[in-house]
Design a protein around this ligand. Structure first.
Ligand SMILES: C[S@@+](CC[C@H](N)C(=O)[O-])C[C@H]1O[C@@H](n2cnc3c(N)ncnc32)[C@H](O)[C@@H]1O
Length: 216
C-alpha cells in the first residue's frame, strides 16, 4: 500500500464529493482501446481507478462487461448514477488498500488510466502484482504513468528518484511518481511491455503521459 494511501483517498473523496467529474472519455484512451480490444475476445474489463466513470461508460457502450474500482466512494456513486441514466450496467467496487477484492484471473483486460502515478517505489510493485494476479492468462493490461514535463511535476516538490509530493490546490500532500522512459521496464519486470506516450498543452498546462501495455 502507498504509505500515503489515506492522504490520496481523502483527496479524491473530497474532490468527487465536491462535484469533480469528467464528462467525456479520454481521446487517446478511446483510440488505444479501440485498437487493442475486441469485446468478443476479451469481454471482462476492470477499469482500475475508474473515477467518475467516463472511460468505463465508453467501454460499456462498446459492449464490454465492465467492473469499475476506485478508492473514492463518491466517485463510484457518480459512476453509478451515470450508468443508471445511460441504462448501462457495471459492477462497482471500493478499493481500501493494496489487496484487490477479486479472484485470480477474473478479467480479460485491465485498464488503469492516469491512476498508477499515485504510488511510490514500494507500493507500485505491490499493486502491479495484484493487477497481474486478477488478469487472466492471455489478458491485456493497458495503463498510463505520468511522464516528465507533466503539470504534476511542476506542482510537486521533488523528493528522490522521481517521487514528488504534490502541492497543487486540492491535492496537497499526495505522493506521486514521475518516471523516465528508461525506468518503465524496471516498473514491469519480466513483462514484454509495449510503450508509447501522449502529450498536449493548453493554456499553459502541460499533460505528459507514458502508455504501457502487455499481454499476460
Ligand atoms: C486522475 S483520476 C483518473 C480517473 C479516470 N481513470 C480517468 O482517466 O478519468 C485518478 C483516479 O485514481 C483513483 N485512485 C488513486 N489512487 C488509487 C488506488 N490506489 N487505487 C484505486 N484508485 C486510485 C482516484 O480516486 C481517481 O479517481
Amino acid at each position: 500500500m502507498s504509505h500515503r494511501f489515506d492522504v490520496t483517498q481523502n483527496i479524491w473523496e473530497d474532490l468527487y464529493k465536491g462535484g469533480h467529474k469528467l464528462s467525456y472519455p479520454n481521446d487517446v484512451f478511446v483510440r488505444i482501446t479501440h485498437r487493442l480490444l475486441d469485446s468478443s475476445i476479451h469481454p471482462r474489463v476492470l477499469d482500475y481507478g475508474c473515477g467518475s466513470g467516463e472511460n468505463l461508460l465508453h467501454l460499456a457502450r462498446r459492449e464490454f462487461q465492465m467492473t469499475g474500482a476506485d478508492i473514492s466512494d463518491s466517485a463510484l456513486e457518480t459512476t453509478r448514477q451515470r450508468l443508471q441514466e445511460a441504462d448501462l450496467n457495471a459492477e462497482l467496487q471500493l478499493i481500501n488498500g493494496a489487496t484487490l477484492p477479486f479472484d485470480d484471473a477474473s478479467f480479460d483486460v485491465i485498464v488503469a488510466w492516469q491512476v498508477l502515478t499515485y504510488n511510490d517505489w514500494n507500493s507500485l510493485p505491490v499493486i502491479l502484482a495484484e493487477l497481474d494476479r486478477v488478469l487472466c492468462p492471455g489478458g491485456i493490461f493497458i495503463a498510463t504513468m505520468s511522464a516528465p514535463g507533466d503539470f504534476m511535476e511542476q506542482n510537486g516538490k521533488p523528493l528522490h528518484n522521481g517521487l514528488y509530493e504534490l502541492q497543487s490546490r486540492g491535492q496537497e500532500g499526495a505522493l506521486i511518481m514521475i518516471v523516465q522512459e528508461a525506468q518503465l521496464p524496471d516498473c514491469f519486470p519480466g513483462k514484454a511491455i509495449k510503450t508509447g506516450w501522449f502529450a498536449h498543452e493548453f493554456d499553459g498546462i502541460p499533460s505528459h503521459h507514458w502508455i504501457i501495455s502487455y499481454e499476460k
